[in-house]
Design a protein around this ligand. Structure first.
Ligand code: SAH
Ligand code: AVI
Length: 317
């Protein structure tokens, strides 16, 4: 079996506790969205991708499928595909099936059990492919496995870039440019601005799966940090913030209450929220200065007919 690279700090629990207490002590309480993804959160995200209201996954999948040959030609043979926030690696298969003799696949994800299980399934479906999973935070500087070989190609689908602030995008794209090198390419999925009547249901679906995904963050804090959040006393909210061009997810306290987390007691007023995620919706032009600043240039872009989503091909500048 290939090696698994563990980047997570050995005391991941104390980092989690520190991040939770720091986020919940701010005036606008916040929690970092990367903590959505324990095994349950990753499964719930997979359910979200199949919801009728959640257009990003099927739209990006259709773009990748329609242009897989062209993308593969641009990337050339012997690509080492490095995927950031790989999840179930479903879209990866579209590229793997189109690429000429890929050198290997490096999925990076914080959701350890889900990542390792996905890697095993890929190994059995692609027996000739070297799969080198990396468990860790893609925001920090990572190393590629020394025996990986091939021409590094970054893959960051799903518009996970929309969960980052401008400062985080700069940090992320700089680290990716350092890791992948000066001849690398990067395939990036970007969700575009559209009417709030499409966006809000995509993040507040009729079946309540996104609500479960959001509330699972509190369940995870209870389970891993011994907190005592009453999940029935918080409600999922999805709000379109037009000036900031983003969907915000919040958890709203349904009453005045006190929650114990670690050694701290945290008070919530009725109606007060925890801001759990931003999902930005971009105009492609607004990203160009960030690419330029971090050593990338835009080569090509593919959009669906409704202009809901874009797949961008970048190269190291
Ligand atoms: N790429 C897939 C999954 C997107 S969901 C798709 O397009 O459908 C976002 C994924 O990124 C999750 O699997 C989550 O665990 C991972 N993730 C989120 N923040 C991360 C971080 N800081 N470092 C590594 N992985 C992260
Ligand atoms: C992973 N990320 C791009 C998803 C998004 O659309 O922002 C996460 C998500 N949150 C709610 N639904 C899906």
């Amino acid at each position: 079996m290939d090696d698994v690279f563990e980047i997570a700090a050995p005391d991941a629990r104390s980092v989690f506790l520190r991040d939770v207490l720091s986020g919940l002590s701010q005036t606008q309480k916040t929690l970092p969205c990367q903590y959505f993804y324990d095994a349950t959160g990753s499964e719930l995200f997979e359910q979200i991708t199949e919801l009728p209201e959640y257009y990003p996954t099927r739209t990006e999948t259709a773009i990748l499928t329609a242009h897989a040959g062209e993308i593969a030609d641009a990337l050339g043979p012997n690509a080492l595909l490095v995927e950031y926030g790989a999840g179930a690696s479903t879209k990866t298969r579209i590229l793997l099936d189109a690429l000429q003799a890929p050198a290997g696949y490096v999925p990076i994800d914080v959701s350890e059990a889900f990542l390792l299980q996905t890697a095993q399934v890929l190994r059995s479906d692609y027996p000739d492919l070297r799969v080198h999973p990396i468990v860790g935070d893609f925001m920090i500087r990572l190393g590629l496995p020394s025996d990986a070989g091939g021409n590094p190609v970054g893959f960051f689908p799903g518009s996970t870039i929309g969960n980052l602030s401008d400062e985080e995008i700069v940090q992320f794209m700089t680290a990716a440019r350092d890791l992948l090198g000066e001849t690398s390419r990067f395939v990036l999925g970007v969700d575009l601005r559209k009417d709030a009547s499409i966006l809000v249901p995509a993040y507040d679906d009729a079946a309540g799966i996104t609500a479960k995904f959001n509330l699972n963050l509190l369940a995870r804090i209870n389970k891993e940090l011994g907190a005592d959040f009453d999940l029935s006393a918080f409600a999922h909210r999805a709000i379109w913030n037009d000036p900031a061009s983003r969907i915000e997810m919040h958890l709203e306290s349904l009453k005045d209450q006190m929650v114990q987390a670690g050694t701290q007691s945290i008070t919530f007023a009725e109606g007060e929220t925890i801001h759990t995620e931003n999902s930005r919706k971009f105009a492609i032009d607004s990203l160009l200065p960030l690419f330029e600043q971090t050593g990338w240039k835009l080569n090509k872009q593919w959009l669906d007919d409704k202009r809901y989503f874009a797949v961008l091909l970048l190269s190291a500048a």
